[in-house]
Each structure stands twice: as structure tokens, then as C-alpha cells.
Design a protein around this ligand. Structure first.
Ligand SMILES: [Zn+2]
Length: 244
């Protein structure tokens, strides 16, 4: 696994864009970051392989994690951010969404959850996190509503989506009678756990994502942007929504 990852990294190196930087990883604290090419996915922690996306989420998470944090729900089951969460002294719930598995059922040791209809009772978690999920959720407002419901009174949702802070949100499709009618060229993203590069992207988010969160009841919403000096300038904005 590690060897195949290293070979994959070597294949992607662009010598002229190569860079190294002494900067603590926001997940594992290792003090060496590498840039193998000039974009977000070209930057990694050299120990845990965390991208700027998961490291930025880690940075924001640590600002909201405190002694009263007892329960954390993350909408994935593996990767550097999950490994980081597993080291915390909290009750951690992980899940994935699988088309063919009944909602709420554990499949091959992984809990299946559809964020549009979570099976958890109200007020279950102090913090909910996810990386690059909501752009793939057909009814994201319903997903935000469900996360709001399962968060405790003072609960916080922290997450990433691909986002353009200079634009409003652009819906790429309309769903009419259960059928997608694409208004823009279909966009797909890759998904390692399903071994596919074909996960449909419903929308491209903009700065108004905070209005969607307020719409379902979140009281305070903000977009945190990591400092430009960090992660070769590839830190990712983190959306933070507080229930109480
Ligand atoms: Zn790391």
C-alpha cells in the first residue's frame, strides 16, 4: 500500500515545480511538506500524505475541539483525516455512503449512511466533519438539515467542498421526477473507496453556501481561509457552521 503510494507520487513529480518546506503537518505534526507539482493535489505531508484539503480541515478542527468535545461524526471511513481523528480521546463514528447498501446497515465493517436521511437520533454529536461530500449530494439542503438535527445544541459542522469564493453557487443539474436534467456539462470526481472516477457533482459552490446552512437553522456560519503562507499557498477554505 505504502510502496504503491510512493510509486504513484514519483510518477507525478514535475522537477521544475518540486519544493520542500519545513512546516508542521496540521494532522500528524511531522515537519516536512513536499510539493511535487503546482496544484493542490501536488502538496503532501511527507509522513501521513495529507493533502492541503485534509490538513486545512485539521487546522480548523483543532480550533473548535476542546475538553467538552466527546463525540465526533465523520462522513468517511479512511484517509489521513480519519487517522488523525482516531488518535483523539472521543467517541468517533465513521460512515460511508454506498448505493447498494441499506441505510444504517454496517457493510464489511463500515456503517452506511445517507446524509439526506441519517439514522442517528437527534443531538448525537459535538462535531461533524466531512471532506468533499456535499457537492455529490442531490439534496444538499436536506443533508445540512440532517446534520443540524444530529448535532448537539452547541454542535459544530466543519467541512470542505470545492468552492469559488468569488462566485455564487452554480447548480449543474435539475432533478425532475427523479431524473437528472443537466444544465451544464456533467462533472465527475474520483472516489478512492469505490475505486471509481465517476461520482457525479451536482453543483459548484460559491460564497453563498453559508446561506444554505443558515436556511436549515445554523446560527453562525463562516468560511475560514488558511493563511497564504501555509501549505505552499494551497490551504483550502473550511466552512464552519455552529448550531447554537
Ligand atoms: Zn502528516
Amino acid at each position: 500500500m505504502i510502496i504503491s503510494k510512493i510509486i504513484n507520487v514519483i510518477k507525478q513529480i514535475k522537477i521544475k515545480e518540486l519544493g520542500v518546506k519545513i512546516e508542521s503537518c496540521h494532522l500528524c505534526q511531522w515537519r516536512l511538506q513536499i510539493k511535487i507539482h503546482n496544484d493542490e493535489m501536488g502538496v503532501r505531508c511527507t509522513r501521513c500524505f495529507a493533502t492541503p484539503v485534509s490538513q486545512s480541515l485539521g487546522l480548523a478542527f483543532k480550533k473548535h475541539f476542546n475538553t467538552s468535545t466527546k463525540t465526533v461524526y465523520e462522513l468517511s471511513s479512511r484517509g489521513s483525516f480519519v487517522r488523525f481523528l482516531k488518535k483523539l480521546n472521543v467517541k468517533l463514528v465513521l460512515s460511508e455512503y454506498f448505493d447498494a447498501v441499506e441505510n444504517g446497515v454496517t457493510h464489511k465493517g463500515i456503517l452506511c449512511q445517507n446524509v439526506e436521511k441519517l439514522t442517528f437520533i437527534d443531538n448525537s454529536f459535538d462535531i461533524c466533519t466531512c471532506l468533499e461530500v456535499f457537492e455529490h449530494v442531490e439534496n444538499d439542503i436536506q443533508g445540512f438539515r440532517e446534520v443540524y438535527r444530529v448535532l448537539n445544541k452547541e454542535g459544530v459542522l466543519l467541512f470542505t467542498v470545492p468552492i469559488d469564493l468569488n462566485s455564487v453557487t452554480i447548480e449543474r443539474t435539475k432533478v425532475v421526477h427523479g431524473q437528472r436534467k443537466n444544465t451544464l456539462e456533467p462533472e465527475y470526481h474520483s472516489d478512492n473507496i469505490r475505486g471509481t472516477s465517476k461520482v457525479f457533482c451536482y453543483r459548484n459552490y460559491g460564497y453563498d453556501i453559508v446561506e444554505r446552512l443558515k436556511q436549515v437553522g445554523f446560527k453562525e456560519c463562516e468560511i475560514y481561509t488558511p493563511p497564504k503562507s501555509s501549505l505552499f499557498g494551497f490551504g483550502r477554505p473550511i466552512i464552519i457552521a455552529k448550531k447554537g
